[in-house]
Design a protein. Structure first.
Lengths: 161, 568
C-alpha cells in the first residue's frame, strides 16, 4: 500500500543526506521523494511516498523521529490529503499527430510549454495516478523525455503539521 | 569573555566534568593538542597506539564508569580509523563524544591532504554529527553533543572542527556554564522538546496494564537487556524480579544488570543461551523484556519467539518497539523509571511450580577435572577463583567471549565489557585500557582469542606506558574458533582460512612491549600464572594453549527455533 509521509526538517546541509541515508540503510523502499523550503526559510518539507505495509511505515516514522534534523513527521491519510506532482513530457509530434496529442492534453488539462517541427513539450500537474494515465496515453506517439518531480502533499482543510 | 576557540573546547570538556581523554594527534588537530598542553593538569590524555584503540578505550571507559567517553583524532586516516570504534559504541548504545579536526575551510572539498568527509561517513553510526565551520558555535555544539550522547538512549556523537576554526588566534565569546545548568540553554531546551533528550515519562495507563497482565500470568519470564546496564537500573530490576518471583534470562548486553549468581537467574538467552533460558522463553505465558532489542542473536526466529507468551517490551527508544518482534504491550521509558513505577504497584508473587520447572535446567557446562589438557572451563574457573569477584572483564569476540559470559557471573553494570551488537574483534584490549584508566582500583581482566588479540595487540604499548596492570588471557587454539565451529557443524568441516598456524609468540610479544607473560598448558600452570599476574603490578599476558576443536555449548543455529539445539 502506498503511503505518504510528510517530514519537516531543518533546512541545513546534510539533512536530506541523513534522511535518504536512513532509508537505504534500513532497507526501506522510497517510491518518490520531493523536497522544498517552507514558508519559514529555516525549515524544509520533504514528502516521501513509500510502498510498504503499515509496520514498515511505522518503523520509518519512528526512525525519522530519532534524527536530530527532523522536526516533525506525519503519515498523511490517503483520503485526507491533497497531493500533486508535476510532469514535463516531451513527445514526438508532426503535422499528422499534433492535433491528436492536443486533444488528449485538453481532456487531461495539460499545457503545451514548447513546440518544434518534430516535437511538443507538455506540462501537467496532477495526482501521480493521473500523470501515469497521461503518460500511457502519450506512449503511442513515442515519448522522447519525461521528468517528474515526485508528489508533494498537504493535509486537507485547515489542519497543518 | 573572549577566549581562544580551542580554549573554549577545553573549557566545554571541563563543563562536562571530563578529566580523561583518549586519542591520537595529527596535522589538523595540532591546535587542539597545543591547547591540551596548557590543560594537562586538568585533562589527562591517554595516547594509544592506534586511533581504533583510542575509540575502544573511550567506549570501555564510558561503559565501565557510566560517564561520557571522549576521544580525539586527526582528519583523514585518523578519523576513518575511529569508525569501527564508533560503530561498536553505536550498536551497544555507549555514550562517547568523538572529536576530530578536518582541513581548513579553503581546502575543504578539494581532496586535500588527509581530507575525508568524516561527518558523512559517521552519519549512520552516530546519534548526531556536527561539522563546525563557525567558531562562535563551539560552546553550543559541544554542549549539545554531550547532551545528545548522554541522554535518552545513549550513543556516540561526532564533532568535526575545521582546522581554521581552531586557529590559536581565533577568539570567541565564552562563559563557563556547568553541564547541569547548560542543559537549560535555549538551543538545548529546544532540542529536548523536539527530540526527547530527556527520557520519555512512562504512561501510567501502560504501567497499570502490565500490572494486570502480571496478575493474570502463571509463567512469567524476565529478560534483562543492555538498557538495564546502560540505565544503571540494576537495583530496580532486582526488586522487580524478586517481587515477580520470575526466572530472569540475561542477554549478552544485559550482563551485570542482574546478579549472575542470583537464584532466579537462568543465564544467557539466545544462540548460546542456556537450556533454562531458552526453554523458559518457549514455555512462558508472559515475557517481559527490559531494555533489549530482540536482536537476531536472541530472537533467532522472530515468528516463533516466545510463541505461547504475551510479549511485553519496556524500552527507552520508541523505534525499538515492534521492530524485530511484534509485541502485545509496551512501555516507553527509561528502565529505571518504568521499573520504579512497577515496583510501587506490584505485590509479592510466588511462582514456585514454574520456577521448579525451569530453574533446574540451568546446569552450567561442567568443568573438566583431572585432565592433562587445559580446557576453557578450567581457565575460566581458575580466573574466577583467583580474581576478586568484582573484577571487570573485557572480552573480544568469538568463542572465548561466549565462554566468558556463560561462565563468569556479573553483579553490577559495567562489570562486563563486550561488543555484543557489532561483534568487533579487537575491541577487548582497548576497552580494558579504558576500564582500567576509569577504575584504577579494580582488577581488569581481558579475555581474548589468538585471532582477536593479534588484531589490536599493539595496544600493549599503551598498557606498558601507563603502567596499567591488565591481565590478558589468550584462549590460544590456533584457529578462529567460532568460525571453525560453524564450519564444523554447518560447512562439512571445510576449514577454509580459519587455521591460524602462525606467530607471534605471545609471551615474547609481551616481553617485547616490556610486559610479562607466560605460556600455560594445564590448570596448575594457569593458577601459578594468575598469581604472578595479580601480584606483578604490570600488564601480563597468559597464553593458554587450548584445543582447536573445543566448542561453545549449547548452540542454536541462526534463524532456528530457540529450543532447537544444534549442540547441547
Amino acid at each position: 500500500m502506498k503511503q505518504t509521509i510528510s517530514v519537516l526538517v531543518e533546512n541545513q546541509a546534510g539533512a536530506l543526506n541523513r534522511i535518504t541515508g536512513l532509508f537505504s540503510r534500513r532497507a526501506f523502499n522510497i517510491e518518490s521523494l520531493a523536497v522544498g523550503v517552507t514558508d519559514d526559510p529555516t525549515i524544509s518539507r520533504i514528502t516521501i511516498i513509500v510502498d510498504s505495509g503499515n509496520s514498515v511505515v511505522e518503523q520509518v516514522e519512528k526512525q525519522l523521529n530519532k534524527l536530530m534534523e527532523v522536526i516533525k513527521v506525519r503519515t498523511l491519510e490517503e483520503n485526507a490529503l491533497i497531493g500533486r506532482e508535476l510532469m514535463l513530457l516531451k513527445v514526438n509530434a508532426n503535422n499528422k499527430t499534433r492535433q491528436d496529442i492536443m486533444t488528449i492534453c485538453e481532456i487531461m488539462g495539460a499545457k503545451v510549454t514548447d513546440i518544434s517541427p518534430t516535437s511538443l513539450t507538455l506540462e501537467l500537474s496532477d495526482t501521480p495516478d493521473r500523470l501515469d494515465t497521461f503518460q500511457s496515453m502519450m506512449r503511442p506517439f513515442s515519448i522522447l523525455e519525461v521528468a517528474r518531480t515526485g508528489m508533494v502533499a498537504v493535509q486537507k482543510g485547515a489542519g497543518k503539521i | 569573555m573572549k577566549v581562544r576557540a580551542t580554549q573554549a573546547i577545553m573549557e566545554c570538556l571541563l563543563e562536562q566534568e571530563v578529566d580523561t581523554v583518549f586519542g591520537y594527534p595529527g596535522g589538523t588537530i595540532l591546535n587542539l593538542y597545543d591547547e591540551l598542553y596548557h590543560y594537562q593538569d586538568k585533562i589527562h590524555h591517554v595516547l594509544t597506539a592506534h586511533e581504533q584503540g583510542a575509540a575502544h578505550a573511550a567506549d570501555g571507559y564510558a561503559r565501565s564508569t557510566g560517564k561520557v567517553g571522549v576521544c580525539f583524532a586527526t582528519s583523514g586516516p585518523g578519523a576513518t580509523n575511529l569508525t569501527t570504534g564508533i560503530a561498536t559504541a553505536y550498536m551497544d548504545s555507549s555514550p562517547v563524544v568523538f572529536i576530530t579536526c578536518n582541513v581548513s575551510e579553503g581546502l575543504l572539498g578539494k581532496d586535500s591532504f588527509q581530507e575525508v568527509d568524516i561527518t558523512g561517513i559517521a552519519m549512520p553510526i552516530t546519534k548526531a554529527t556536527y561539522l563546525v565551520r563557525d567558531p562562535q558555535t563551539i560552546p553550543d555544539v559541544m554542549r549539545q553533543a554531550f547532551a545528545v550522547a548522554a541522554t535518552g538512549r545513549p550513543g556516540p556523537v561526532l564533532i568535526d572542527f575545521l582546522k581554521n576554526v581552531t586557529f590559536l588566534n581565533t577568539m570567541i565569546d565564552y562563559e563557563f556554564i556547568p553541564w547541569d545548568q547548560n542543559r537549560g540553554t535555549d538551543s538545548i531546551r529546544q532540542l529536548a522538546v523536539s527530540h526527547g533528550l530527556k527520557a520519555p515519562e512512562p504512561d501510567l495507563g501502560d504501567i497499570d496494564t502490565l500490572v494486570e497482565m502480571i496478575a493474570q500470568s502463571e509463567r512469567p519470564l524476565l529478560i534483562c537487556g543492555g538498557g538495564v546496564v546502560r540505565g544503571r537500573a540494576d537495583r530496580q530490576f532486582r526488586t522487580f524480579a524478586e517481587n515477580l518471583d520470575a526466572p530472569v534470562a540475561i542477554t549478552v548486553m544485559g550482563g551485570g544488570g542482574f546478579p549472575g549468581a542470583h537464584p532466579l537467574t537462568t543465564g544467557m538467552i539466545g544462540m548460546h543461551g542456556s537450556q533454562a533460558s531458552n526453554v523458559a522463553c518457549n514455555e512462558c505465558d508472559l515475557l517481559i523484556a527490559v531494555g533489549c532489542r530482540f536482536s537476531d542473536r536472541v530472537a533467532l526466529q522472530p515468528d516463533t519467539f516466545a510463541s505461547q507468551a504475551k510479549i511485553v517490551h519496556i524500552d527507552i527508544d520508541r523505534s525499538e518497539i515492534d521492530k524485530n518482534v511484534l509485541t502485545d504491550h509496551h512501555i516507553v521509558g527509561s528502565a529505571k523509571r518504568v521499573l520504579e513505577l512497577l515496583n510501587q504497584r506490584l505485590p509479592q508473587y510466588q511462582h514456585t511450580e514454574w520456577k521448579e520447572h525451569i530453574l533446574p535446567l540451568r546446569e552450567k557446562q561442567p568443568v573438566e577435572h583431572g585432565t592433562d589438557r587445559l580446557t576453557p572451563g578450567q581457565i575460566l574457573d581458575a580466573i574466577q577463583q583467583a580474581a576478586p569477584q568484582g573484577s571487570i572483564v573485557a572480552t573480544d569476540v568469538g568463542q572465548h567471549q561466549m565462554w566468558s559470559i556463560q561462565h563468569f557471573h556479573f553483579d553490577y553494570p559495567g562489570q562486563l565489557l563486550t561488543s555484543g551488537g557489532f561483534g568487533t574483534m579487537g575491541f577487548g584490549l582497548g576497552a580494558a585500557i579504558g576500564a582500567k584508566v576509569g577504575n584504577p582500583d579494580k582488577v581488569v581482566i581481558h579475555t581474548t582469542g589468538d585471532g582477536c588479540f593479534r588484531m589490536n595487540c599493539h595496544e600493549l604499548a599503551t598498557v606498558e606506558h601507563y603502567h596499567l596492570p591488565i591481565i590478558t588471557v589468550v584462549f590460544n587454539n590456533g584457529t578462529l574458533g567460532m568460525v571453525r565451529q560453524w564450519q564444523h557443524l554447518i560447512y562439512q568441516e571445510h576449514y577454509s582460512e580459519t587455521t591460524l598456524d602462525r606467530g607471534p609468540d605471545f609471551v615474547k610479544l609481551a616481553e617485547a612491549y616490556g610486559l610479562k607473560g607466560r605460556r600455560v598448558t594445564n590448570r596448575a600452570e594457569m593458577e601459578q600464572a594468575l598469581q604472578e599476574a595479580l601480584s606483578c603490578g604490570c600488564g601480563y599476558v597468559i597464553d593458554c594453549q587450548v584445543d582447536m576443536d573445543e566448542m561453545v555449548r549449547p548452540m542454536v543455529a541462526g534463524g532456528a527455533h530457540i529450543t532447537d539445539f544444534l549442540l547441547k
